[in-house]
Design a protein around this ligand. Structure first.
Ligand SMILES: C[S@@+](CC[C@H](N)C(=O)[O-])C[C@H]1O[C@@H](n2cnc3c(N)ncnc32)[C@H](O)[C@@H]1O
Length: 174
């Protein structure tokens, strides 16, 4: 019986894979295969995270405790919003725990970011644009309280790393 259901699941997932592969370039097919095998992708689906990057921030925060209840976070390059999901949980910006201070999460991206409870999103905004800053810490989001933390998920190469550092300085107005 167990074997039968396993077989059915295998056939079902193989058919789904074939369907997804249709019309894709070889590079896209390789990416899709990697995604489907990736344990973090599977776990992100199971835990309703928008993408696997959530686990990176969870790991960083478990180690360094950078996000505390009540903190304000600007998530630079936030789409699709996985880091913001983690930030909302950790700073209690949705007010899930009424005993803890309630934080703020603002996500900014050039792309559209689907809405998320506990986060304010500025879709189609450039983090380096002064008009964006006017809407964040100088505007209604940070009219009260201090800005504590900035997430940048805008790339992982050395070049991106130095660009991200510049973005942090710009966001903090330094
Ligand atoms: C790797 S993704 C971020 C993933 C995100 N941290 C998450 O966990 O869901 C990088 C994002 O940075 C955004 N980005 C790059 N340059 C940007 C800029 N100047 N202003 C706003 N967003 C930017 C891209 O549009 C892209 O969505």
């Amino acid at each position: 019986m167990w074997c039968f259901s396993q077989q059915r699941r295998f056939i079902h997932s193989s058919l789904c894979l074939l369907k997804k592969m249709k019309g894709k370039t070889p590079a896209e097919q390789r990416w899709l295969q990697r995604q489907l095998r990736d344990p973090y992708v599977k776990a992100s689906h199971a835990l309703n995270f928008r993408c696997r990057s959530a686990f990176k921030l969870l790991e960083i925060d478990d180690k360094f405790r950078v996000l505390q209840p009540g903190y304000s976070v600007v998530d630079c390059g936030a789409a699709p919003g996985a880091w913001s999901q983690v930030a909302v949980q950790r700073v209690n910006s949705a007010g899930t725990d009424s005993e803890l201070p309630c934080g703020t999460v603002v996500g900014i991206d050039l792309l559209h970011i689907p809405p998320l409870d506990g986060a304010h999103f500025l879709s189609n905004h450039d983090v380096a644009d002064p008009a964006t800053h006017a809407k964040t810490w100088r505007g209604r989001f940070y009219s009260q309280g201090a800005l504590w933390s900035v997430n940048t998920g805008m790339g992982s190469s050395l070049r991106n790393c130095s660009r991200n550092s510049r973005v942090c300085l710009v966001v903090f107005g330094l």
